[in-house]
Design a protein. Structure first.
Length: 281
């Protein structure tokens, strides 16, 4: 039987949750689907909008805004494997969950669709950054897990007891699996609205880097070399082929690494920045 559970942690996602759930409940090829939305610390209509979908969507509400608690609460409500962990601000392709189910049934432990970044509403530097990122070995190597969607088999979920209280849950999960155990699927995708503004991009890129610093500090060592295969020769080749995207990517990465390092030294791990430009209507 082709069955699957989806956990969606959601913090003030009234502007995004309906679009996300429409793409989930409209999936093709599954015999059974359960979807748990965990509205954590919401001050808006996220929970109410999610409840309007009815079966197979269930809503759990937590008073505190906490992603790792939301993930664990959603897990506790689920009964099926494989299990998908999905950010509330993304939209998935129509047969995305079926493709994930098939790949995990084939022996992989962790998979993710190919991310697609919607940059039509973004500024020039933001568009250039994402074009530069899409040329990196980390992105093109087919072993990336995260950025808003990952799916685990029952054996893959068995690699850890509970989601730890860390900024980067996808970074934590990514680091649990060897290269031959995880895969980015080329035949399905999920869409992410890229930040509209440079400030929004800096916020989420800083948070990503801060999450990586926290994981390293806590001893969650990834199972691959730092940099995901990026070499000086590769960077030079990208610079020659696509100078503007490569420079934009490199400069923003440099800026946000320095910014995250300052926050980390100051112990600001409880201050989560996120892009609000795509949630402002």
């Amino acid at each position: 039987m082709k069955q699957l559970s989806v956990v969606i942690p959601a913090f003030d996602e009234a502007a995004m949750i309906a679009r996300c759930l429409e793409s989930v409940v409209g999936q093709r090829g599954l015999d059974r689907l359960e979807v748990v939305v965990v509205a954590n610390g919401c001050r808006d209509a996220t929970a109410e909008l999610a409840r309007e979908f009815g079966d197979p969507v269930r809503v759990v509400e937590l008073a505190e805004g906490s992603k790792h608690r939301a993930l664990n609460a959603g897990d506790a409500e689920c009964t099926l494997f494989p299990r998908v962990y999905l950010d509330a601000d993304v939209r998935i392709s129509p047969d995305c969950l079926l493709r994930c189910h098939e790949a995990l049934a084939g022996g992989l432990l962790a998979v993710a669709p190919t991310p697609r970044f919607h940059t039509a509403d973004s500024g020039f530097l933001v568009r250039s950054f994402y074009r530069g990122w899409s040329r990196t070995p980390y992105f093109t190597g087919g072993r990336m897990i995260g950025s808003g969607f990952y799916a685990l088999s029952e054996a893959g979920r068995g690699r850890f007891e509970a989601f730890p209280p860390v900024i980067s849950d996808d970074g934590f999960v990514h680091g649990l699996f060897d290269l031959d155990e995880r895969r980015t699927l080329p035949d399905c995708s999920f869409e992410i609205n890229a930040p509209r503004t440079l400030g929004g991009l800096v916020a989420i890129a800083t948070r990503s880097r801060l999450g990586a610093l926290e994981l390293r500090e806590r001893g969650f060592t990834p199972r691959e070399p730092a940099g995901g295969g990026t070499t000086a020769a590769g960077q030079l080749a990208n610079l020659l082929r696509a100078p503007v995207p490569t420079l934009a990517y490199s400069l923003i990465r440099w800026l946000t690494r320095r910014r995250a390092a300052r926050q980390f030294r100051a112990g600001r791990l409880d201050h989560w920045e996120r892009d609000e430009s795509t949630r402002s209507g």
